[in-house]
Design a protein around this ligand. Structure first.
Ligand code: NAD
Ligand code: GLY
Length: 350
C-alpha cells in the first residue's frame, strides 16, 4: 500500500502596513484591478455613511456591499447575502475582497473571502482601534451562530492589512475604550508595552494611540507567526476573553469593556491558583479601571462560559490567565468551582 501525506501549512504571506494617510496611497492603485469582477468593497452602514466621499474618490466604480452595522448582524444571514453579492459582482478566483470596517466587517468579510470559490484574496482595512490592533491581524474569521460567538469560522490570513490611524478620528470614545481593552490585554502579555501604558498620562489621546498601534500589531504578529492556528502560544491572546465573552452574551457592554472586566476577574482568579506578581496584578487592575472609567459591576451569567470554544472537556472551563508582566498560565477548572470563585471575586471587586 502506498501512503501519501499532505501536510497542511499556512504558506500564504500576510503583509501589514500601518501609517497615517496610507489608506489612499495603498487603495487608489488597486482600483483598476478591482473593476469588472476583480473585486468588491465590503463595509458597514456606519462606516459607509462617514466615508462614502473618500471611498468614491479612491475606489469609485468598484462594487460595494454594505451590511447593517453591529454585532447582531455578524451572522449567517449577512454572510450568505455577502456571498450572493460577490457572485452578482462576478468575482473570480483571482478577485479580491476589501473588508473596510471594524472587527465585525473584518470577521464576516474574511470568512466570506475564505469560502468564495474555496478562497479568494482578502485585504483588511480596519477602521476601529480594536480592529487595527487585534482583529484584522492573524487570520481569525467568523460569524456568531446559535447564540455562540464566532462559532462558524476559519483561519484564513488576509493578503494585506492596511491600518490607517486616520479612521480613529471619527471613533466615539466608547469604541476607543473597546480597542483599549485589547491593548491592555497585549500589555499584560508584553512587559515593554505594559510599561508604556501604565506611564501614559492620557490613554485615549489619539496621538498616543496612533503611536502604539504599530507596537500592538508587531506584538500580535509575533505571536501569530509562531502559532497561526492556536495550538499553544496563541492561546495567550484569549486572556480575559472566557469570562469576557460570558459577560458579553448577557450584557450590553462592548467587546472591549467585557475583555477589561474579564481581565480584572481572571487576574484575581490567577492569584488563587498560581504564584502571581502582586505589584503587576495591582497595576493591571488600575489600568483596567482607568480605561473603564468606573462602570458598574456587569451582569454575570457564567454558564455562557461553558459555550466557549476554548474549553476542551465538557463541564470544565479552560482559561489563559495573567500571572506577571509578559507571562500567562493555562487554568482548567470544573465549571462549579469557576462559577463560585468568580462570584466571590466579583463581590470583593465592586
Ligand atoms: P464593530 O465592527 O461593530 O465596530 C464598532 C462600531 O464602530 C460599529 O458601529 C461600526 O459601524 C463603527 N465604526 C467602525 N469604524 C468606524 C470609524 N472609523 N468611525 C466611526 N465609527 C466606526 O466592532 P469592533 O469593536 O471593531 O470589533 C468587534 C468584533 O471583532 C467582535 O465581533 C469580535 O468578536 C471581533 N474580534 C475578532 C478578533 C479576531 O481575531 N478576528 C479579535 C477581536 C475581536
Ligand atoms: N484575538 C485573539 C486572537 O486573534 O487569537
Amino acid at each position: 500500500m502506498k501512503r501519501f501525506v499532505i501536510r497542511e501549512r499556512d504558506t500564504r504571506e500576510s503583509v501589514v502596513v500601518c501609517r497615517k494617510n496610507i489608506f489612499s496611497a495603498e487603495l487608489a492603485p488597486m482600483r483598476g484591478e478591482l473593476l469588472g469582477g476583480g473585486g468588491i468593497l465590503f463595509t458597514d452602514s456606519n462606516v459607509y455613511a462617514l466615508y462614502k466621499p473618500l471611498l468614491e474618490k479612491y475606489l469609485g466604480g468598484v462594487p460595494v456591499f454594505v451590511m447593517p452595522a453591529g454585532e447582531a448582524h455578524k451572522n449567517e444571514e449577512t454572510l450568505f447575502k455577502l456571498l450572493k453579492g460577490m457572485q452578482e459582482a462576478k468575482l473570480r478566483r483571482n478577485s479580491r475582497l476589501i473588508a473596510l470596517g471594524g472587527g465585525v466587517v473584518g470577521d464576516v468579510g474574511g470568512l466570506a473571502a475564505s469560502l468564495y470559490m474555496r478562497g479568494i484574496s482578502c485585504v483588511q482595512v480596519p477602521t476601529t482601534l480594536l480592529a487595527q490592533v487585534d482583529s484584522s491581524v492573524g487570520g481569525k474569521t467568523a460569524v456568531d451562530f446559535g447564540g455562540v460567538k464566532n462559532l462558524i469560522g476559519a483561519f484564513s490570513q488576509p493578503a494585506r492589512v492596511i491600518a490607517d490611524p486616520l479612521f480613529l478620528e471619527t471613533l466615539p470614545r466608547r469604541e476607543l475604550k473597546c480597542g483599549l481593552g485589547e491593548i491592555v490585554k497585549h500589555g499584560a502579555l508584553s512587559a515593554p508595552l505594559f510599561e508604556t501604558l501604565t506611564a501614559a498620562p492620557d490613554l485615549f489621546d489619539l496621538g498616543f494611540l496612533a503611536k502604539i498601534v504599530p507596537e500592538n500589531i508587531a506584538f500580535k504578529a509575533s505571536v501569530v507567526r509562531r502559532d497561526p492556528r492556536e495550538k499553544g502560544l496563541r492561546r495567550c491572546l484569549n486572556l480575559g476573553h472566557t469570562t469576557g465573552h460570558a459577560i458579553e452574551l448577557c450584557s450590553d457592554l462592548s467587546h472591549g469593556e467585557c475583555v477589561l472586566w474579564g481581565l480584572l476577574f481572571e487576574s484575581r482568579l490567577a492569584a488563587r491558583h498560581f504564584d502571581t506578581d502582586k505589584a503587576f496584578s495591582d497595576a493591571l487592575t488600575s489600568l483596567c479601571f482607568r480605561v473603564l472609567e468606573g462602570g458598574e459591576r456587569p451582569p454575570l451569567d457564567l454558564r455562557k462560559a461553558l459555550l466557549d470554544k476554548k474549553n476542551t472537556s465538557s463541564g470544565a472551563v479552560t482559561l489563559a490567565v495573567p500571572v506577571a508582566a509578559g507571562q500567562f498560565e493555562i487554568l482548567e477548572l470544573p465549571f462549579a468551582r469557576y462559577e463560585e470563585e468568580i462570584g466571590r471575586i466579583a463581590e470583593e471587586l465592586c
